[in-house]
Design a protein around this ligand. Structure first.
Ligand code: ADP
Ligand code: MG
Length: 368
């Protein structure tokens, strides 16, 4: 293991067995079905893919909130499945989770002071009540909230503020790795930008490593150093964010990127615009899992499973038999630049604007 890798997964699988009839067991849902990845220390690693592709299950496996069916996860070089006692408590302290819905993940009957104080009691049992109060105040300031709001309850805050509370709670234990499962998807676009900025600032200030799941590619583009694209329980492409957005290799990635803006009136959808539904993870297609929806499908794709390999040797692995031919014959034109209008393009532009403006977070503590 190279020294700059903080977390690794190898052949990670999680299958869910449905409760079936007595004599016929239904096929298991293969939510995560053979994922290997390396997270580098200090990076923001994004996982993107349609709903149902297994992102949340993968995130929960990485944090050991869920046990794998097969495969391994190592954190700081140690297999996390084997941890117990003090070592498991260390993992719980060092790897923290930010959930999508700040309201449902916060106990409505606990004050903000208690919500953030709880993890302090758990992880720093020797802290005095006064020290804890001081630390809660510091955490609130760090996430752009006012320490004097410590006595308030979650319902008294806006969605963005509640997510800030969720972030403060995650940071209380002084984690080194923070996993955000769609941390901004439930928020208004303008608020999303503020929270994305906050996370970026905190990552920088605290030297965090972050794994961020999002289905919004604009969020991914602004936040991450590298991106993994997930489809039906497997990774189909991993690359540096800028490279992956400029030169996507997998037809699925190309389709996701092509789908960012709505085509302007009179402009036909790009050839690779994704059609159809994601197949059931209980019965993934044979061969390449994406072949049923792929614009460039060949006979071989129906039978031969493509491995995620870095055959170009440039740190941009892809699981497609024909990516070179596709890239040569159909060069990818980034859609936002190609046709910069339509509601989604506007949203991306608005988002960029909001991020660039970098509003001071401390002024957003009242109202929505
Ligand atoms: N606890 C569970 N029991 C059964 N099936 C599950 C469970 N959790 C997730 N799944 C299924 O696994 C697949 C992947 O889900 P999920 O990891 O939530 O994907 P994503 O986060 O990408 O939307 C889905 O088909 C989902 O229904
Ligand atoms: Mg999810």
């Amino acid at each position: 293991m190279s020294a700059d890798v903080i977390m690794s997964a190898r052949g990670l699988k999680r299958h869910f067995q449905g409760s079936g009839a007595l004599f016929r067991k239904p096929a298991p849902v293969r939510a995560v079905d053979g994922v290997s990845l390396d997270i580098r220390r200090g990076e923001t690693f994004a996982i993107v893919g349609e709903s149902g592709s297994g992102k949340s299950t993968l995130a929960r496996l990485l944090a050991r909130l869920l046990e794998p069916t097969a495969g391994s996860v190592t954190f700081e070089g140690k297999e996390i499945a084997n941890l117990s006692g003090a070592a498991l408590r260390d993992l719980r302290r060092d790897v923290q989770f930010i959930f999508q819905d700040p309201f449902s993940s916060l106990n409505p009957r606990a004050s903000v002071g208690r919500l953030i104080g709880e993890p302090l009691e758990t992880h720093f049992p020797k802290m005095t009540a006064a020290e804890r109060r001081e630390r809660v105040a510091e955490l609130l300031r760090q996430v752009g909230l006012r320490p004097e709001h410590m006595g308030r309850y979650p319902h008294e805050f806006s969605g963005g503020q509640r997510q800030r509370i969720g972030i403060a709670r995650a940071l209380a234990s002084r984690p080194t790795l923070v996993i955000g499962d769609e941390p901004v998807s439930a928020l208004d676009v303008s608020v999303q930008a503020q929270v994305v900025n906050l996370l970026a600032d905190l990552r920088e200030a605290l030297g965090l490593t972050m794994i961020v799941i999002a289905h919004d590619l604009a969020v991914i583009r602004h936040m991450s150093n590298r991106v993994a694209v997930m489809y039906l329980g497997t990774l189909v492409e991993v690359g540096e964010t800028d490279t992956l957005f400029a030169e996507p290799r997998h037809p699925y990635t190309r389709a996701l990127l092509a789908a960012i803006p709505e085509p302007a009136p009179g402009v036909s959808r790009p050839a690779e615009a994704i059609g159809g539904e994601i197949p059931s993870p209980a019965a993934p297609p044979p061969g390449c899992r994406f072949h049923t929806r792929c614009t460039y499908v060949q006979e071989r794709c129906r039978v031969d499973v493509p491995e995620l390999i870095d055959d170009a040797g440039d740190g941009h692995p892809v699981a497609c038999h024909f990516w070179r031919e596709i890239a040569a014959r159909h060069p990818f034109a980034p859609p936002v630049e190609r046709q910069g209008h339509g509601p989604a393009a506007e949203r991306v532009a608005l988002y960029r604007h909001a991020v660039a403006r970098a509003e001071p977070i401390a002024t957003t503590t009242t109202g929505k």
